[in-house]
Design a protein around this ligand. Structure first.
Ligand code: G
Ligand code: G
Ligand code: NA
Ligand code: MN
Length: 254
């Protein structure tokens, strides 16, 4: 059967699983700054199905509303539980789909997830993409309401959408996540390196925290450290981890 028909059952049967990719403060030995939640579907027939295969389908048929709510609730619940168990307190970032963000109940869903879990809003970060910012009036109100409660907002995959510097100026944003495509050929490609430095400076000039995605090597880390980047994410620091591996990393960092 098609993916579309299997998704609701998959949720009922507990086939979705959260993975976590650590974010590190930049230094020669990065320290744990936060983690991004990455959804996985463990389908009994096909094994692990990557999000790129089921999230677009879920966005198209609207199932992303329920799935996204589940991810938010589970993420907040687990983050609070980790804090209660004495693990280091770090922010947890959840990806938000455009369909989810546009939904009239989105703010309520976020508020309920926070309230029911008991997680302080300052530990929740929402990752939105540039393409979602095309509707600046509506978006601005929603972002401001979330932000006024202490929730952090990051722009994901920055540089790949219809980026407008105007958004950086007018929207309440905390973190710029530079897309991995700008990092991958750095520092070998002089052009990409120059571009990367420019984007970091752009973010810093707006007072934002700047994170580089897709960091895979020591030379990339060193280049970014020398360019004023604040945070890194990528295989060099850590791959996405399942819950047990994430808890082990917490322990190692204490
Ligand atoms: O590891 P990676 O294959 O996890 O992620 C692929 C894409 O899926 C990324 O663009 C990521 O932002 C997106 N993604 C991962 N988890 C979620 C989620 O819970 N919700 C949404 N909307 N997108 C997600
Ligand atoms: O769109 P978003 O930034 O949320 O997507 C993150 C995606 O990037 C996930 O699929 C994740 O597995 C992947 N990813 C994370 N770190 C690296 C990395 O160092 N290199 C590459 N190629 N992909 C990465
Ligand atoms: Na993301
Ligand atoms: Mn990204």
């Amino acid at each position: 059967i098609e993916i579309e028909k299997k998704l609701p059952k998959a949720l009922e049967h507990g086939e979705f699983e959260l993975y976590f990719q650590p974010k590190g403060n930049i230094s020669s030995t990065p320290s744990l700054a936060g983690l991004e939640v990455l959804l996985r579907w463990n389908d009994p027939d096909q094994g692990m199905v990557p999000p790129m295969e089921f999230i677009p389908v879920a966005e198209e048929n609207g199932f992303i509303i329920r799935l996204g709510e589940w991810v938010l609730r589970e993420s907040c619940r687990l983050a609070k539980r980790w804090q209660d168990e004495g693990y280091p307190k770090v922010t947890i970032s959840v990806n938000v789909s455009a369909v989810q963000f546009r939904h009239p109940q989105f703010i309520d869903v976020v508020e309920n997830a926070l309230r029911d879990s008991g997680l302080e809003p300052g530990y929740l970060e929402l990752e939105v993409t540039e393409t979602m910012l095309n509707d600046p009036v509506v978006i601005k109100e929603k972002l401001e309401r979330l932000r006024s409660q202490g929730i952090k907002i990051s722009i994901d995959d920055f540089g790949t959408g219809y980026s407008s510097i105007h958004y950086l100026k007018t929207l309440p944003i905390d973190i710029l996540k530079i897309d991995k495509s700008f990092v991958q050929e750095t520092p070998l490609s002089e052009q990409d390196s120059t571009l990367l430095v420019s984007i970091i400076q752009l973010g810093k000039s707006f007072g934002l925290t700047v994170l580089a995605e897709g960091v895979e090597s020591k030379s990339q880390l060193e280049f970014l450290a020398g360019s004023g980047c604040d945070l890194i994410q990528g295989y060099y620091y850590s791959r996405p981890l399942n819950r047990a591996a994430m808890e082990q990393m917490f322990k190692d960092s204490m």
